[in-house]
Ligand binder design. Structure first.
Ligand SMILES: Nc1ncnc2c1ncn2[C@@H]1O[C@H](COP(=O)(O)OP(=O)(O)OP(=O)(O)O)[C@@H](O)[C@H]1O
Ligand SMILES: [Mg+2]
Ligand SMILES: [Zn+2]
Length: 494
């Protein structure tokens, strides 16, 4: 018999075998047990997370007469459950990627009217439904609007944004999630047990991590690892299958970066490149490794998350001791940003080397956190100055306080020429309550010629009397006087 890929061999046949989608499975199971199934479903979510498998299980379960005894699962023994492929006339599976025309949708519309052959329901599974043409969607919409009682539609897609809103609103939608690593690891272990393959636990965790949430990807990697050796599957075997840049060189590179040793950095990079490692892959592996160092640094029980072999974890801890959290965050930030630029770089190698060298020599100060802190400080300072201005309460009986109030009004309007005036004057109230400003020649001249109107208006805000400006003969020459005599008094304003 020819070899059957693991992901097909272990395709779940019951709801119990679907992992990581409890929120969906529980609802579907209850609907079946309570006889409350809907007429249209939309299964969406990342590839390889169980959409098609769940649709197939559901299609069998609605017609299997023994579901109640099996907690909502298809029994797997009756004629409904046991038909292979398209032999079950009540389950119609279509791939919209190859049949996307309007004729096909019309054909469904006609045939859906005929009652089911064996069971209670006729179930249409339309996979990759986003591939349907506009005309086909419209034809399908007509069917979804008034489906016969015996019809159930399950639309599956990874690209829900391509489905017209009119279709979406008629479907009960379920979002399939990425499956967490521990659940993937459990599945891989279960498959290897069933296959009689021995394995190291770290090897299985590495496979689960590489699946990045997709069950199909994860099971395919497990499949590839099966053939690496006939003996027990080790962590290193998995790494060799994944083509991860050899772990030891990555460790050496990380060490060199955090020791700020440029020659070691360039030597290690050169070594990896001559081994034929792809720069983008190298950049990704290094980022992941630094992330692990950070985990070892900040988490008490880090290895329960990382699940590394003891010696690998000890090395990680040792590197973590030599570097600050701040610098680790900075390094991750830089290498992750470099990931995008590498695609367009004329020389990815040069960019990678430069990033590594600059991370090595940096103190990590210019991290996002640092910038954020600085920004907050500036904002606080700014709002404080604003507050002191607006919060200043003028004491109308104190001429100095009135003058300060006036100054604030003018200040807002940014008058550099007046800068010298504020301190060069003596202010007081006269017997009639007028506000008297005594000032030097220059200031007098300046006020009379340019600011009288505005100062008058401002003074009026704080006292009932008039503004009187007087020349203070006794005053010595001030800075303004000197400046003005240098300019010549016939200088014109406005
Ligand atoms: N939640 C899951 N539980 C158990 N096995 C799963 C799950 N999801 C996927 N698999 C495995 O991956 C294979 C593919 O799954 P399936 O075809 O259901 O994914 P899909 O979400 O329809 O993917 P695609 O978006 O690529 O169509 C299955 O045969 C099964 O081995
Ligand atoms: Mg699918
Ligand atoms: Zn059955």
């Amino acid at each position: 018999m020819s070899y059957v890929a693991l992901y097909r061999k272990y395709r779940p046949a019951t709801f119990d075998e679907v992992i990581g989608q409890d929120h969906i499975i529980n609802t579907l199971r209850n609907q079946i047990l309570q006889d409350k199934v809907s007429h249209a479903y939309l299964f969406t979510g990342t590839r390889g997370t169980g959409k098609t498998s769940t649709a197939k299980i559901f299609a069998r379960a609605v017609n299997c007469p023994h579901v109640k005894e099996h907690n909502g699962n298809p029994c797997g023994k009756c004629s409904v459950c046991n038909t292979v492929g398209n032999a079950n006339l009540d389950i119609i599976e279509m791939d919209a990627a190859s049949n996307n025309g309007v004729d096909y949708a019309r054909d469904i519309r006609e045939k859906v009217q005929y009652p089911p052959v064996n069971g209670r329901y006729k179930v249409y599974i339309i996979d990759e439904v986003h591939m349907l043409s506009v005309g086909a969607f419209n034809a399908l919409l007509k069917t979804l609007e008034e489906p016969p009682k015996h019809a159930i539609f399950i639309l599956c897609t990874t690209e829900v944004h391509k489905i017209p809103a009119t279709i979406l609103s008629r479907c009960m939608r379920f979002d399939f999630r990425l499956v967490p690593t521990p659940e993937l690891a459990k599945l891989v272990a279960h498959i290897y047990d069933a296959e009689g393959k021995e394995y190291a636990p770290e090897a299985v965790t590495a496979i689960a991590q590489a699946g990045e949430g997709s069950v199909r990807d994860c099971v395919s990697i497990a499949d590839r690892c099966l053939s690496v050796s006939d003996d027990k599957l080790e962590y290193a075997d998995v790494l060799s299958v994944l083509g991860v840049s050899s772990k030891n060189s990555i460790v050496a590179l990380a060490r060199a970066i955090f020791a700020n040793s440029p020659s070691d950095i360039l030597t290690e990079i050169n070594k990896l490149v001559t081994e034929g490692k792809d720069i983008a892959r190298l950049n990704k592996d290094l980022s992941l490794y630094i992330r692990d160092v950070l985990t070892a640094k900040v988490c008490k029980d880090a290895n329960s998350i990382l699940m590394l072999p003891q010696d690998a974890f000890a090395t990680l801890r040792e590197i973590a001791e030599t570097v600050s959290v701040k610098k680790l965050l900075y390094a991750i930030d830089r290498f992750v940003s470099a990931e995008a630029s590498l695609k367009y770089a004329l020389s990815p190698l040069m960019l990678f080397e430069a990033t590594a060298l600059s991370v090595a020599s940096s103190s990590g100060d210019v991290d996002a956190e640092g910038l954020d802190r600085r920004l907050t400080r500036l904002e606080q300072q700014y709002s404080q100055t604003k507050e002191t201005r607006s919060l200043y309460v003028v004491d109308k009986t104190d001429p100095k306080s009135v003058w300060r109030g006036v100054k604030m009004q003018i200040d807002e309007q940014n008058e550099p020429l007046l800068n010298g005036v504020w301190s060069d004057v003596k202010v007081s109230f006269d017997a009639q309550g007028n506000f008297v400003v005594r000032c030097s020649d220059g200031a007098y001249w300046l006020i009379e010629n340019k600011f009288k109107k505005r100062l008058t208006a401002c003074v009026a805000m704080f006292c009932d009397g008039k503004l009187i400006v007087e020349q203070d003969d006794g005053s010595s020459q001030t800075e303004i006087d000197k400046q003005l005599s240098a300019l010549g008094k016939d200088v014109k304003f406005d």
